[in-house]
Design a protein around this ligand. Structure first.
Ligand SMILES: *Cc1c(COP(=O)(O)O)cnc(C)c1O
Length: 355
């Protein structure tokens, strides 16, 4: 009888929030779908595709459009099938089985997921109560414990907290091992280190189209790193990892700079509204919402020992958010969605207070 490996037998498929809820605030997506003009541009570019041909393995055009958008040299850029794929390639190819990788808790779950899949030794360093990282302590720990890579999101999903640019630079500068900085939410903050990419030979920055740019459907992410790392990544990826549709659509989108910037401004307004309203709730119900973190992202994150109850009550009202053991993450939505959510939360928290 054929037996699959032990590591696969115990593996569970990714479990997103499922079901058809009226209001989806659980996955940090943008609430903007492509609008009329952009949709026409996308349809036009799709009609130009040679569907019988393999895609460009280097995704040259979309990497160039991406590089121009961020003002980086295109020779430092690799496109991935979502940044998820790039995380997988890094964990599987830049480290060897049994190597130690340092991650922080809480952080994006995919770092530990792929590290486990590739049989790395995962060291989880807990964050402090403010969800911050002590850079000096991390450097010391890595150097003493033969850590081969450090991987984290900045700003962080799920905590919404950011690490200042100077601290991240100190970290990269003082470590010899690989440092992967996932800037999936940096559109919502101003502490990117993307301009530093050619200064270090141990740094990979990851970006995605799935969040601020509202393109989660096309699965397109990017890495930015020095030439040595970029060449290694290109060699390790599967040749046609991004398809012609994603490449073409991505190129159109990155050339619509004004559109992307305007949408980001609107997302930030929505985020500020959600944060301020949640702060009011935290002040009104201090025993339920224990700590609301200052957000650098398009979502809010707070501690609550009753997160599970709030989560269920929101689902009953057809609103889905993300719930962790003792905390909750809520993505900002459209004006209407935010207002409905806050009304629902007020009602739920008031009832909870009574009993
Ligand atoms: C959503 C998210 C991603 C996933 O990006 P894809 O490009 O959609 O794979 C990566 N990193 C973090 C921190 C995220 O929150």
């Amino acid at each position: 009888m054929y037996e699959i490996t032990k590591k696969l037998r115990n593996l569970k498929p990714y479990d997103p929030v499922e079901g058809s809820y009226k209001i989806r605030l659980d996955a940090n997506e943008s609430f903007f779908n492509l609008d009329g003009d952009e949709k026409v541009r996308v349809m036009d570019c799709i009609s130009e595709i040679s569907f019988n041909r393999y895609p460009d393995p280097n995704a040259t055009q979309v990497c160039a459009a991406f590089a121009e958008f961020y003002g980086v040299n295109p020779k430092y850029v690799v496109a991935g099938n979502g940044s998820d794929e790039l995380i997988s390639i890094i964990a599987g190819s830049f480290l060897e089985k049994g190597d130690s990788i340092l991650t922080f808790t809480p952080d994006f779950s995919m770092y530990a997921f792929y590290s486990k899949l590739y049989e790395l030794n995962i060291i989880n360093m807990p964050k402090n109560d403010d969800m911050e990282i002590d850079v000096e302590a991390v450097v010391k720990y890595c150097n003493l414990n033969n850590i081969k890579a450090v991987m984290f999101s900045n700003p962080c999903n799920p905590t919404s907290v950011g690490i200042k640019r100077d601290d991240v630079i100190q970290l990269v500068k003082n470590l010899d091992c690989l440092v992967v900085v996932d800037e999936a939410y940096m559109e919502f903050w101003n502490q990117s280190i993307i301009d530093m990419v050619d200064k270090f030979d141990n740094l990979i920055i990851l970006k995605t189209c799935s969040k601020a740019f509202g393109m989660a459907a096309i699965r397109l992410g990017f890495s930015i790193a020095c030439e040595k790392i970029t060449n290694a990544l290109k060699a390790a990826k599967s040749p046609y990892n991004t398809d012609s549709l994603s490449q073409a659509i991505g190129t159109v989108i990155f050339n619509q700079k004004e559109y992307l910037r305007e949408n980001t401004v609107e997302l930030l307004k929505s985020r500020d509204f959600l944060y301020n309203e949640t702060l009011k709730l935290a002040e009104e119900f201090p025993n339920i919402i224990k700590k609301l973190y200052k957000t650098c992202t398009n979502f809010v994150y707070f501690k609550s020992s009753r997160a599970g109850e709030i989560y269920k009550s929101l689902l009953e009202k057809s609103i889905s958010v993300r719930c962790f053991d003792d905390s909750m993450r809520i993505t900002c939505g459209s004006k209407d969605e935010n207002e409905i959510l806050i009304l629902a939360m007020t009602e739920i928290l008031s009832k909870m207070k009574d009993n």
